[in-house]
Design a protein around this ligand. Structure first.
Ligand code: NAP
Ligand code: MG
Length: 499
C-alpha cells in the first residue's frame, strides 16, 4: 500500500472509470460479435457498466496471439532475470494502484473495500513478487551418470496456458495463476468470472505499462459455457488452470479428454472443519480465528472453516463466546469503514444460501444466530452471520459447500471421533485445529485428509507453501510455492553420449 490515509471510497466511486474491453495481443478490443454483458454492484443491485461479451471466435484470436508470442520466444526467450524485472515492475504498479484496484474489486464483488485493500491487493503483489524473484533461482538437474554420459533434466515452459477464474478473490487468484505461468516463460489467456471482470481489465492495463510483450498476457471476457469451454477444448492450449466449483471443474477434465489431453489443474470447493479440543485455555483468540474462518469475505472462501467441531466439555463456553463475537462483525456498505461483512456476489447465490439455511432448520439443526437476509432496502444481497447448533455431519449443511456466512456446530467426545467427522466429507481442502497439546497437534494434523492444516490459527500460509486440495477439492497440482512452477512446466530429459 502506498497511501496510509484512508480515502473517501464512496466519493471516489462516483468518478471511477472502468476498462470494459477484452485484452488480446496487447490491445483492448470489442468482442467480434459486438455483444456486451452487464456487471452489477452486489452492494445495491445496480448495473456498473457493460463489458465485451466474447465467445469462441475471440478465443481463437487470443490463442493464436498467445501461441505466436510463445513460438517467437519474445517472452520465453528472455533471460529469467529479464522476466523477473518485468514482473517486478508489474508488482510495483499493482501496489501503486492498490486503492483503485481495491475499490474496483469491492464495487464488482461486494466485499468490504478495506478487506480488498488489506488482504486481496497485498496478496496479489506478494504473489507476483515471489514468483518473479524465484524464477532466476530455480536450478535444473543433472542425474548421476557414468563419465561418458551427461544427463540434463530441464524444465521448459509448457506453452499457452488458459486460466479460468472465480469471483471470490478475482485479482488474488488471477495473480496466483498468472505470476508463476509468466515467470516460467509461458503465454496466458485469462477468463475472469463474468461477475468480476473489471479488476482483471485494469490489471491488463498495468501489464502493458510494465512492458510485458503483446500476446503474452490476454484477457477474454465473457461466460463460462462459451469462453471457458472454448479455452478448455482448444487444441493449442497446453494447460488449463481452473479455480471454482467442483461441478464445473469436472467439465475441464472432459474438455481435455475430448480435445488434446491438455494438462488440467483444478482448485475446487471445500467443507473445512475447525476442530477445538478441550485442552485449550484462552478462548478469545480462538473465537476470533473461527470468525475469520467463516465470516471473512462473507464466507465466500473455498477454505472457509464452515464446520465447527467442538469437544463437548468446552462447547457451552465456546459457543457463548462465538455468538457474542460474531455479533461484532457488522454487515454493511462495503465502502464504509468498519464494515466487516459486505454483499454476497449476486441474488442467485444469496438465495442458494437462504435455501441451505432453510434446509438446516428442516433437517433438525438449531438456529442459534442470524439466518436472515438483511439490508433489503439497499437493493443489495446481504446475509447476517448465521450459526446452527446440534448439527449432525450427515445433514446437507454439513456436507455441501454453502459459500456464505453460515457455521455448523458439531459436538465430539474423543480425538478419534473428531478425526472421523473431519474426514467424513467429499472435500479435503483445508482444516484448522486448536489445541495446547503438541501430541494432539501432530497426530490430528497428520490424520486429516486435507491439503492445508493450520494449527492454532486459520490460515492458508504464505507464498512459500503449496496450496491445493485432497479428494474432490482439487486435481493435478498445487498452487503457490515452487510447486506452482511445476504446473506450468514440462520436464525434459536430455541424454548425451560423449564421444
Ligand atoms: P464456478 O461457477 O465454478 O465458476 C468458476 C469459473 O468457471 C467462472 O469463470 C465461470 O464462468 C466458469 N465456468 C462456468 N461454467 C463453465 C463451463 N461450463 N465451462 C467452462 N467454464 C465454466 O465457481 P464460482 O461460483 O465462480 O466460485 C465459487 C466456487 O469456487 C466455490 O465452489 C469455491 O469453493 C471455489 N473456489 C475454490 C478455490 C480453491 O482454490 N480451491 C478458490 C476459490 C473458489 P462464468 O463467468 O460464466 O461464471
Ligand atoms: Mg459485479
Amino acid at each position: 500500500m502506498t497511501n496510509s490515509i484512508r480515502p473517501n471510497f464512496a466519493e471516489l466511486a462516483k468518478s471511477q472509470k472502468f476498462q470494459t474491453k477484452a485484452f488480446i495481443d496487447g490491445k483492448f478490443v470489442d468482442s467480434i460479435s459486438g455483444k456486451t454483458f452487464t456487471t452489477v454492484n452486489p452492494a445495491n443491485g445496480r448495473v456498473i457498466t457493460s463489458i465485451a461479451e466474447c465467445d469462441k471466435q475471440d478465443v481463437e484470436v487470443a490463442v493464436a496471439a498467445a501461441k505466436a508470442a510463445f513460438e517467437d520466444r519474445r517472452w520465453a526467450g528472455l533471460a529469467p532475470k529479464e522476466r523477473k524485472r518485468a514482473l517486478l515492475r508489474l508488482a510495483d504498479l499493482v501496489e501503486k494502484h492498490s486503492q483503485e484496484l481495491a475499490l474496483i474489486e469491492s464495487l464488482d464483488n461486494g466485499k468490504p473495500v478495506d478487506d480488498a485493500l488489506a488482504a486481496d491487493l497485498p496478496d496479489a503483489v506478494e504473489t507476483i513478487r515471489w514468483h518473479a524473484e524465484a524464477i532466476d533461482k530455480l536450478y535444473d538437474q543433472s542425474s548421476p551418470t557414468p563419465g561418458d554420459l551427461v544427463s540434463l533434466v530441464v524444465r521448459e515452459p509448457i506453452g499457452v496456458v488458459g486460466a479460468v477464474i472465480p469471483w471470490n478473490f478475482p485479482l488474488a487468484i488471477l495473480a496466483m495463476k498468472t505470476a508463476p505461468a509468466l515467470a516460467g516463460g509461458n503465454s496466458i489467456i485469462v477468463k475472469p468470472a463474468e461477475q468480476t471482470t473489471l479488476s482483471a481489465l485494469r490489471f491488463a492495463e498495468l501489464v502493458a505499462e510494465a512492458g510485458i510483450p503483446d500476446g503474452v498476457f490476454n484477457i477474454v471476457t465473457g461466460f463460462g459455457e462459451t469462453v471457458g469451454q472454448a479455452l478448455g477444448r482448444h487444441p493449442d492450449v497446453e494447460c488449463l488452470t481452473f479455480t471454482g466449483s467442483t461441478e464445473v471443474g469436472r467439465y475441464f477434465l472432459k474438455y481435455s479428454a475430448e480435445s488434446n489431453l491438455k494438462k488440467v489443474i483444478l482448485e475446487l470447493g471445500g467443507k473445512s472443519p475447525a476442530i477445538v479440543m478441550d485442552d485449550v485455555d484462552d478462548l478469545q483468540p480462538i473465537v476470533e480465528q473461527l470468525a475469520i474462518g467463516i465470516l471473512f469475505s462473507q464466507g465466500e472462501n473455498c477454505s472457509a472453516g464452515s464446520r465447527l467441531l467442538v469437544h463437548e466439555k468446552i462447547k457451552g463456553r465456546l459457543i457463548e463466546a462465538v455468538i457474542e463475537h460474531f455479533k461484532s462483525w457488522t454487515v454493511g456498505d462495503p465502502l464504509v469503514e468498519g464494515t466487516r461483512i459486505g454483499a454476497l456476489i449476486d441474488d442467485k447465490h444469496m438465495n442458494n444460501i437462504l435455501g441451505y439455511i432453510k434446509s438446516g432448520v428442516e433437517e433438525g439443526g438449531r438456529l442459534i444466530l442470524g439466518g436472515n437476509q438483511v439490508r433489503q432496502e439497499t437493493g443489495g444481497y446481504y446475509i447476517e452471520p448465521t450459526i446452527f447448533d446440534d448439527v449432525s455431519n450427515k445433514m446437507t449443511i454439513a456436507q455441501e459447500e454453502i459459500f456464505g456466512p453460515v457455521l455448523s456446530v458439531i459436538t465430539f467426545k474423543t480425538v478419534e471421533e473428531a478425526i472421523e467427522i473431519a474426514n467424513d466429507s467429499p472435500y479435503g481442502l483445508a482444516a484448522s485445529l486448536y489445541t495446547n497439546n503438541l501430541h494432539t497437534a501432530h497426530k490430528v494434523s497428520r490424520a486429516i485428509r486435507a491439503g492445508t492444516v493450520s494449527v492454532n490459527c486459520f490460515s492458508e500460509g504464505d507464498q512459500s507453501v503449496p496450496f491445493g486440495g485432497f479428494k474432490q477439492s482439487g486435481f493435478g497440482g498445487r498452487e503457490k510455492s515452487f510447486m506452482a512452477h511445476d504446473q506450468y512446466s514440462e520436464v525434459k530429459t536430455i541424454w548425451i553420449q560423449l564421444k
